[in-house]
Ligand binder design. Structure first.
Ligand SMILES: Cc1cc2nc3c(=O)[nH]c(=O)nc-3n(C[C@H](O)[C@H](O)[C@H](O)COP(=O)(O)OP(=O)(O)OC[C@H]3O[C@@H](n4cnc5c(N)ncnc54)[C@H](O)[C@@H]3O)c2cc1C
Length: 442
């Protein structure tokens, strides 16, 4: 079942020409369009389904610096500076609340891993600290069970995935952006090697630049331009409770569960340990690149062999722009959630917080996450196709850094000094022999 997302009113006119076309209306595409439009740059945002229909409405809603790959911490810091301003910047409710986040530790090994991360993150002077068992009870009232301690960041928070990207898209419109839904971009046109426009299912738009923020579809889109973007898909499941009051404000994850309070008084409950990867042809194409990250996380990932292999095999890898493209065939990716893992999450959560035994599940959903081999996104110009930019591969943490990533992408497109050094996010890292360090996939 797809979660209900705040609606956005599409513009009706398709401009014949603009400066930038953004492909994809998730948190990344909407934030990029918003920050471009605020600079007075003409921008058209095209979404094949509805705004935030895929990952950006289906995620847990955590916005964190904690636990992030050190390459990404500066961007996460900028994003967490932006989040508290987003309601004012958009004139709407994005749901951000600075609630703090805790990673619970059950074993000495868990403690050692968290302490090691804290050491790595020390140069960034975050407010993250280790909590003792007694301190845990102050931050997480009602916690029971044998926990050794936890890692805690008071300044991290939560946003509302079903509200944030729609609010940002509507705000982009107020700054002059055009937002088109049910409008798949079939591909990019070039003249003398550089971007000259896009072909959408509703017609052609001439433009100077294209930003691809297509989530799990980005690899396919790039393929038609003969660009190799190593990207795989991982399916994750979530449940939402009815509003109730177990007294938990701080988001936390522990042994086989994650929980965060929602603005509507309910909770999102899930588990990172139950992510599914369907074996598809790309699994083999990218196997060697993903292997180091897979090794880091094989316990948390289930591999599934089934009909998806054939389904993916049949998707064309190249197509002409004057006929229907693969993007028009699936308006919104809406996978079945994996119930056994949700049942496990429920058992683990209620063992840790007995007050959750009263929870009533209102809905469940699945979401497909786009992952890169090093767990870090691509936010980059593509040098071989001048005018083409990519912001994708957010590997399970793009919601929290979304506004920061959108701002960074807009600055790169505008040719301004970027808010953080974008070098770790360059597209060429997969092909220039630099062998970026692996990071857990989601
Ligand atoms: C279950 C789950 C839990 C998660 N939890 C968290 C969390 O707690 N915190 C966090 O920070 N992150 C989390 N994430 C990850 C986060 O949701 C993503 O990283 C983020 O939403 C990615 O945003 P996006 O805009 O890149 O992609 P998406 O939201 O997937 O948007 C891409 C959009 O592009 C559109 N599109 C693609 N191709 C075309 C085309 N050719 N033409 C037009 N439109 C096109 C698609 O329809 C889609 O709407 C989670 C993800 C899932 C699924």
């Amino acid at each position: 079942m797809a979660p209900r997302v705040d609606p956005v009113t599409s513009d009706t006119e398709i401009p014949a020409r603009t400066s930038v076309v953004v492909v994809g209306g998730g948190i990344i595409g909407t934030s990029t369009a918003f920050f471009l439009a605020r600079k007075g740059i003409p921008v058209v945002l095209c979404e094949k389904g509805h705004i935030a229909g895929e990952q950006s409405s289906r995620n847990w809603g955590w916005a964190r610096k904690m636990g992030r790959d050190p390459r990404e911490i500066p961007l996460a810091i900028e994003a967490l500076k932006l989040w508290p301003q987003m309601n004012e910047l958009t004139g709407a409710e994005t749901g951000f609340r600075q609630c703090g986040i805790v990673y619970l530790c059950k074993t000495p090994d868990d403690m050692a891993k968290r302490e090691a991360w804290l050491e790595e993150a020390r140069p960034y002077q975050l407010d993250t600290r280790m909590l003792t068992r007694d301190e845990l009870t102050n931050v997480l009232p009602g916690l029971t069970g044998e926990w050794l301690g936890g890692l805690y960041t008071a300044s991290d928070g939560r946003g509302e995935p079903q509200k944030a990207a729609p609010a940002i898209a509507t705000a982009a419109q107020k700054h002059g952006a055009t937002v088109l839904q049910q409008c798949a971009v079939r591909g990019v046109e070039t003249q003398a090697g550089r971007v000259s426009g896009v072909v959408t299912e509703k017609g052609r738009i001439a433009c100077d630049s294209v930003v691809l923020a297509g989530g799990v579809w980005s690899r396919l889109f790039c393929g038609n331009l003969d660009l190799r973007l190593p990207q795989l898909k991982v399916m994750s499941s979530v449940m939402r409770t009815e509003p109730f009051n177990p007294g938990l404000e701080t988001s936390c994850s522990g042994f086989g569960f994650g929980v965060r309070k929602r603005l509507d008084g309910g909770y999102n409950v899930a588990s990172w340990s139950g992510n599914l990867h369907d074996i598809v042809p790309d699994t083999f194409r990218f196997f060697s690149e993903f292997l180091p990250s897979l090794k880091l996380q094989w316990r948390n990932l289930r591999l599934r062999v089934g009909g998806k292999f054939l389904e993916d095999w049949q998707v064309p890898r190249h197509w002409a722009l004057d006929a229907s493209s693969p993007f028009e065939r699936v308006r919104t990716l809406d996978p079945e959630p994996y119930q056994p893992i949700l049942d496990q999450a429920r058992t683990n959560l209620t063992a840790a917080f007995p007050a959750f035994r009263e929870m009533k599940i209102a809905e469940t959903w699945g979401g497909v996450i786009d992952v890169t081999p090093d767990g870090v996104p691509v936010i980059s110009a593509v040098d071989s196709v001048p005018g083409f930019f990519i912001a994708t591969g957010f590997t399970g943490h793009g919601f929290g850094i979304g506004p920061g990533a959108g701002r960074l992408m807009a600055e790169i497109v505008a040719g301004e000094t970027p808010v953080v050094d974008p070098t770790p996010f360059r597209f060429t890292r997969f092909s220039d022999g630099s062998r970026p360090l692996p990071s857990p996939l989601v």
